[in-house]
Design a protein around this ligand. Structure first.
Ligand code: COA
Length: 351
């Protein structure tokens, strides 16, 4: 029988020896299961958690040790773009090929406790793997969309495809031009927020989550401020028309202290300009800009709904390969409470 302890990073003093051990856990998860980690070293992990805890009132993070060694974690944070009624965003993992029962019970109890503390009814979750989808199912989570995780290896990219997309983008869209920024300039803020809401609403879905989507200049300001404090960059490549109005954009999130893996985030083009290679143009230009500014970048990765055929097509043509499959879930606090009550109930000791 394992001895399980829990450390609540927002509530307890944590020594550097613990941070080192936590960093080792994230590295192990990355090596063994291809989990994403944007961390350079243990100091970086410590800084990111501390900044997040200070800047995000919804931030909570707990680590689980099994016989004295950290093997699992769970983190709740704000979910951007949903207004005050938005569920919290939860992520978690455990270093086992199949999540053990102790983890399902202990992390489930933590999830319920954190949601109660936040006054939230439910959490939204995007799992990175089938392993973690099974945990959300055990917590009674409602399954929304299948999520495919794709990866682009820089040393295998066919640069002639990128060159072609850049050339075709210009020739097929003479009325548009590219604009790049690492912080959304004042003249584009309102339009950027409007397009963000529109693109999210227009994404093909298997199962509409019914969640409101809102995004305004305050949300953008908070997100950009958090990025700056975490030494991260959200690069944007935008397309603007002859009147200077933005008609599409593509984002890349870069952890500057560890740019090894870069997250290709949202790409969107308004309806009137679709089917003319605009998304390919944006993604090619953004990729080249990231390569230029971050020679240490090795891969780009991206998550997309399994049913989103247009972006699946674009990514596969660019050279992205399917790496993992996960799921989007909504997890009700009452469901997870019930699930935990039904399990053996032998919760962990707090450290
Ligand atoms: C996804 C999106 C950005 C594509 O923009 P776009 O400018 O039309 O894309 P492009 O013209 O560069 O390329 C689209 C490719 O997908 C193909 N395609 C489009 N719809 C398709 C479908 N339903 N099935 C299969 N292929 C499809 C097109 O034929 C084209 O490929 P081709 O050039 O080889 O013919 C746009 O549809 C969009 O903004 N959607 C809403 C937001 C979204 O879902 N974003 C992606 C998630 S991050």
């Amino acid at each position: 029988m394992s001895d399980i302890t829990i450390t609540r990073l927002n509530e307890e003093a944590v020594t550097d020896a613990h941070w080192r051990a936590y960093f080792a856990m994230f590295e192990e998860l990355r090596r063994r299961y291809g989990a994403i980690s944007l961390l350079a070293d243990w100091q970086h992990l410590k800084r990111r958690v501390m900044v997040r805890a200070k800047e995000d009132p919804l931030h909570r993070c707990s680590v689980f040790c099994e016989n004295g060694r950290p093997t699992g974690w769970i983190e709740l944070a704000v979910r951007w773009g949903g207004g005050p009624e938005s569920p919290s965003s939860v992520s978690y993992d455990v270093s086992h090929a199949e999540a053990p029962q102790w983890y399902i019970s202990a992390a489930g109890a933590e999830l319920a406790r954190m949601l109660t503390e936040q006054g939230k009814r439910r959490a939204h979750c995007m799992t990175q793997s089938n392993r973690m989808s099974d945990v959300a199912r055990a917590w009674g989570g409602d399954e929304l969309n299948g999520i495919d995780r794709y990866r682009l290896y820089r040393d295998r990219v066919d640069e002639t495809v990128i060159d072609r997309w850049l050339a075709e983008g210009t020739s097929r869209n003479p009325d548009l031009r590219l604009q790049f920024f690492s912080r959304v300039p004042e003249e584009h803020i309102n339009r950027y927020c409007e397009l963000y809401v529109r693109f999210i609403a227009e994404m093909p879905t298997d199962h509409d989550d019914g969640l409101p989507v809102t995004f305004n200049r305050d949300d953008l300001g908070q997100r950009e401020s958090l990025n700056r404090k975490q030494n991260a960059q959200l690069y944007t490549c935008a397309l603007v028309d002859n009147d200077g109005v933005m008609v599409g954009y593509s984002n890349a999130y870069i952890s500057v202290d560890c740019p090894r893996d870069v997250f290709q985030a949202l790409t969107g083009v308004i309806g009137e300009y679709r089917g003319r290679g605009a998304a390919k143009w944006l993604k090619a230009a953004l990729y080249r800009k990231v390569c230029e500014d971050f020679p240490g970048m090795e891969t780009m990765y991206t998550d997309m709904r399994a049913v989103n055929e247009p972006i699946q097509v674009v990514n596969r043509q660019m050279g992205y390969v399917l790496e993992n499959q996960g799921h989007e879930f909504l997890i009700e606090r009452t469901a997870v409470e019930r699930a935990v009550e039904l399990s053996d109930g032998s919760g962990p000791e707090q450290r």
